[in-house]
Ligand binder design. Structure first.
Ligand SMILES: Nc1ncnc2c1ncn2[C@@H]1O[C@H](COP(=O)(O)OP(=O)(O)OP(=O)(O)O)[C@@H](O)[C@H]1O
Ligand SMILES: [Mg+2]
Length: 914
């Protein structure tokens, strides 16, 4: 096998000053120490590095790797027990500093100071209980999420020998089993599994954006620059060192081999980031919640001073008035919101997992529900990526064995010289094709390769024919338009001829014709040159002569048509974003049962500014599929961003290295299990089976989860706002407080617990018909309509209670009034949950789930029975006289009837429910 191009003659290695540390050297985990160590590794020659790490270019043997594992590999950034304890503490701190808990703690303190120890203890209990509930739920969802993530961990390819003398073989191992001294093979889409010192490379480019924030990839070379002697101030930074690929960076193009010099917590990444900073943009749902929270905060700020003043002025006890005002503030806030949302999300993720869809991040479930546009690539998503050779033709379109021969030379030596980039389905199809003349393995010897990557859309090898001394052949194959640009001549049956403009047009038309038939056409071109003595670079692809074309079949995925039809029914628009030919994309689109719409080329895209691109995507016809063809990876991400600017919630489904930037930019990045590591690591959701129909169920699942959250918020805010409004009115009308502060809190707690059940409810089918949005105006309308009914019936209750309790003395009357209103509140709340959760059985809402029914029953029983218990007595409730029950029943019936009527009116007016 030919030597790898950038590999330094190892014998020339000279150990520089400041030799790098050996494998068993003690390590200082601080960032400066790590930087120092890595610099020493970069300064040293490859041979020195390998020697220091007691390894060789052939890799470690399995026994040695195993010996190093406990010390070196499988090392999480922080030991497991410490990490778990830290996570618990952090979670506890988070729940304990929740604003609601802080308010309760403050209230408890005020009660203690104002001489109400019983109140203080009760309030503290409420705070602790809510803390524990939330802690447990978050812990469980974190565990579930970690389990799901573990199913999709990345692997690395290392060279290992079965035993010390044996030949090395490439082996896939989980990233956490890579040890210092392991020789790692890098290809497009791989993530650096450790801090690596390159041993050889070919046109290697690495994305370091996670550290440097710069998106253009950085070129890397194994060449030893020997900067060891330079003064410290003039040394390049770690990321400018071309010899190093640091953990957390990923390969976007080219190939390389490298030795792992540091793993886990000893890496630069480990020293600087204890936790991977994954950008988690706010979901549509989060943005809605934030808007609601601000509105409620405004309501609290407006209500509290009024309540305080009314109760203080009227009744003289300012400390009591303060307590009451703060309790009112607590009553208005939907404290259970985070808990309900995480519970619903965890449930949603579990349901998705049953349908073989993994949510790597919980909030992605919401975005699945909100997604209104799905971008997909073509190859491997809409097609099966089962590529077979269809034709090999000369520039006139006639069958020609010579073209196939050179295409195979290119495929074989690409795979041979850059094995890390192997696995390309086009190359595999070429190698599997038989019937070609000559044996590229015997006739020529590879000198160097510039492997395929999506931005260049071509692959080049340089070979030396064995029968012709003093001659090298550059062989390029790739996308027709791109290769034609590089050609100066064309080989025709009579000999070669210069490639004029007319001839170029003819060749392009020939390629278009094939593409429209669904054939994937690659151009093949060669150039002869005297041996140059160095490896090839993109600059060598010059003065080529076009030999002809090789064409491939790629079967359409039979599940695609059904899946895309399903998406259309769900109201999700479809966009194709592909690196392939525009006509091939249109053909695939038609094969998948969709009408191809406007088709935009990568070159056109580059000429548009962001605003124009946004207008273009906004103007696309929703009934057709918008197509972007011949786009490179960065343009894919740009298209996603443009759709987002046009107000869409965008999903991106892709499996290639060229999809990674778009997967990250999308609201939901979706990938499949077979995808390259980089694509899977960039995605939020993974389809465990390669069946697009799973996506339809996942979207419905996302909408359910979104719907459950919205239902909770609507019901909670409606009843809280209605309740506080009547509390305000009562403060002004009554000679005493309508409820004692403790009673307000107790009532609030039971409300919240009962509303928790909504996370388990069945969702109104109408909520699944289209992408979910969170419309704050719609929420405000809902609250105004139904909160009003609540307040009206509260006031009716006040009047009736006032009238019914005439015969009692001042003290008992006040206590009974409190009890009556307390009971009535809980009963109406139970009715509200059952009636507001959907548009009604007759209009197609499903029956409430059992937890919801149980919650409603428990709520009613608490309202009726708590006054008879010691706990009720402790918060100042008295047993209700039997005579009051008919009064309560009448109000309740009135409330239920009014709500049903209002629901009908509301639906007629606004034609939508939750
Ligand atoms: N191994 C290869 N050698 C040479 N050229 C190739 C090779 N593989 C692909 N190409 C060319 O590069 C183009 C772009 O490939 P890329 O992988 O970016 O996208 P794609 O796989 O065609 O499409 P999609 O984005 O839908 O997955 C291909 O259409 C083809 O013309
Ligand atoms: Mg692809």
């Amino acid at each position: 096998m030919a030597p790898a191009p950038d590999l330094l003659p190892l014998a020339a290695a000279r150990p520089p000053d400041g030799a790098p540390p050996g494998p068993d050297a003690p390590d200082d985990p601080s960032a400066p120490a790590v930087r120092e160590r890595l610099t020493a590794f970069a300064d040293a020659s490859p041979l020195t590095v390998l020697r220091r790490l007691e390894s060789s270019a052939k890799g470690l043997d399995e026994r040695e790797a195993e010996r190093r594992l406990p010390r070196d590999g499988a090392r999480p950034l922080v030991p497991g027990a410490v990490r778990r304890a830290a996570a618990h503490l952090a979670r506890l701190a988070r729940t304990a500093t929740d604003p609601f808990v802080l308010v309760l703690a403050g209230l408890s303190l005020v009660s203690a100071v104002t001489g109400d120890p019983r109140g203080a203890v009760l309030i503290a209990l409420v705070a602790v209980l809510s803390c524990l509930l939330r802690f447990r739920q978050e812990h469980r969802s974190d565990l579930a999420a970690a389990r799901l993530r573990a199913l999709t961990t990345a692997t690395a390819t290392v060279l290992r020998r079965a035993e010390p003398g044996a030949a090395p073989a490439a082996r896939e191992v989980p990233v956490d089993q890579v040890v210092a001294g392991d020789v790692v093979l890098l290809g497009p889409g791989d993530m650096a599994p450790a801090d690596l010192r390159l041993l050889s490379s070919s046109d290697l480019r690495v994305n370091q954006a996670a550290f440097t924030g710069e998106s253009p990839p950085a070129g890397k070379r194994a060449a030893w620059t020997g900067t060891g002697g330079a003064p410290a101030g003039e040394r390049p930074g770690l990321f400018e060192r071309r010899e190093l690929c640091l953990m957390g960076t990923s390969v976007v193009g080219g190939t390389g081999t490298a030795v792992a010099v540091a793993t886990g917590s000893r890496t630069y990444f480990g020293a600087t980031h204890r936790d991977l900073p994954r950008r988690a943009p706010a979901t549509t749902f989060d943005r809605g919640v934030r808007a609601v929270s601000w509105a409620l905060l405004g309501a609290v700020l407006a209500a509290v001073p009024v309540v305080f003043a009314l109760n203080g002025i009227d009744r003289g006890s300012w400390s009591h008035a303060l307590l009451f005002a703060v309790s009112t503030a607590v009553a208005i806030t939907p404290e259970m919101l985070p808990l309900v949302v995480t519970t619903a999300l965890a449930r949603g993720a579990a349901v998705l997992a049953r349908g073989h869809v993994l949510a790597r991040r919980l909030p992605a479930v919401h975005n699945l529900g909100a997604m209104d546009t799905l971008c997909t690539d073509k190859t491997g998503t809409l097609t099966l990526d089962r590529i077979t050779l269809a034709c090999h033709v000369d520039p006139l379109g006639d069958p020609d064995a010579g073209v196939l021969y050179w295409a195979r030379v290119n495929a074989l030596w690409s795979a041979e010289l850059a094995p890390e980039a192997a696995g390309d389905t086009i190359d595999e199809a070429l190698l599997a094709a038989d019937g070609a003349a000559g044996d590229p393995y015997e006739d020529v010897r590879g000198v160097g390769a510039v492997p395929f990557d999506s931005a260049r859309r071509r692959a080049t090898v340089v070979v030396r024919p064995r029968d012709r001394l003093g001659c090298e052949v550059v062989v390029t194959k790739g996308a027709v338009e791109d290769v034609l640009e590089l050609c100066e001549r064309v080989r025709l049956p009579g000999g070669t001829a210069p490639l004029g403009a007319g001839e170029r047009d003819r060749l392009r038309a020939l390629a278009d014709g094939r593409a429209a038939d669904g054939i994937r056409l690659l151009a093949v071109a060669t150039a002869e040159r005297p041996p140059s003595g160095r490896g090839p670079g993109p600059a060598d692809e010059r003065g080529l002569t076009l030999l002809g074309f090789v064409g491939f079949h790629d079967e359409p995925d039979p599940s695609a048509a059904g899946a895309l039809a399903g998406l259309a029914r769900l109201g999700v628009r479809h966009v194709i974003v592909t690196g392939d030919h525009p006509l091939a994309a249109r053909r695939t689109c038609r094969d998948a049962g969709r009408v191809p719409g406007r088709t935009v080329l990568g070159a056109e895209l580059a000429a548009l500014d962001d605003g124009a691109l946004r207008d273009l995507v906004a103007a696309a016809d929703p009934a057709t599929t918008l197509i972007f063809a011949r786009v490179d990876p960065r343009a894919k991400a740009r298209i996603v961003a443009a759709l987002q600017r046009a107000g869409r919630t965008v999903g991106f489904l892709g499996d290639g290295v060229n999809d990674a930037p778009a997967l990250r930019a999308a609201d939901v990045g979706i990938s499949v299990t077979g995808a390259v590591d980089l694509a899977r690591e960039s995605a939020d959701v993974i389809l465990l089976r390669k069946d697009l129909r799973a996506l339809e169920r996942a979207i419905t699942g996302g909408r359910r989860t979104f719907g459950a959250g919205v239902t909770y918020i609507k019901i909670a805010v409606t009843s809280n706002v209605g309740n506080v409004a009547s509390m305000l009115a009562a403060s002004a009308l009554l000679p005493f407080m309508p409820l004692l502060p403790l009673q307000v809190l107790a009532q609030n707690l039971v409300f919240d617990l009962s509303q928790l059940s909504l996370a388990y409810d069945r969702v109104d089918r109408a909520g699944l018909a289209g992408p979910r949005t969170f419309d704050v105006r719609d929420l405000a309308r809902f609250v105004a309509f139904f909160g009003l009914i609540g307040a009206v019936f509260d006031l009716a209750t006040f009047g009736l209670l006032w009238w019914a309790l005439q015969g009692y003395g001042d003290g008992p009357r006040e206590a009974l009034f409190h009890t009556g209103w307390f009971a009535e509140n809980l009963l109406t709340q139970a009715v509200a949950i059952l009636l507001l959760r959907g548009r009604g059985r007759r209009r197609g809402s499903p029956r409430p789930a059992r937890p919801v029914v149980l919650a409603a029953v428990a709520l009613s029983l608490t309202g009726l029975l708590l006054p008879f218990s010691p706990l009720g007595a402790a918060i100042g409730l008295r047993p209700l006289p039997a005579g009051l029950l008919p009064v309560l029943a009448a109000v309740l019936a009135g409330y239920a009837l009014a709500t049903v009527l209002m629901r009908r009116l509301y639906l007629r007016l606004f034609r939508r429910w939750l």
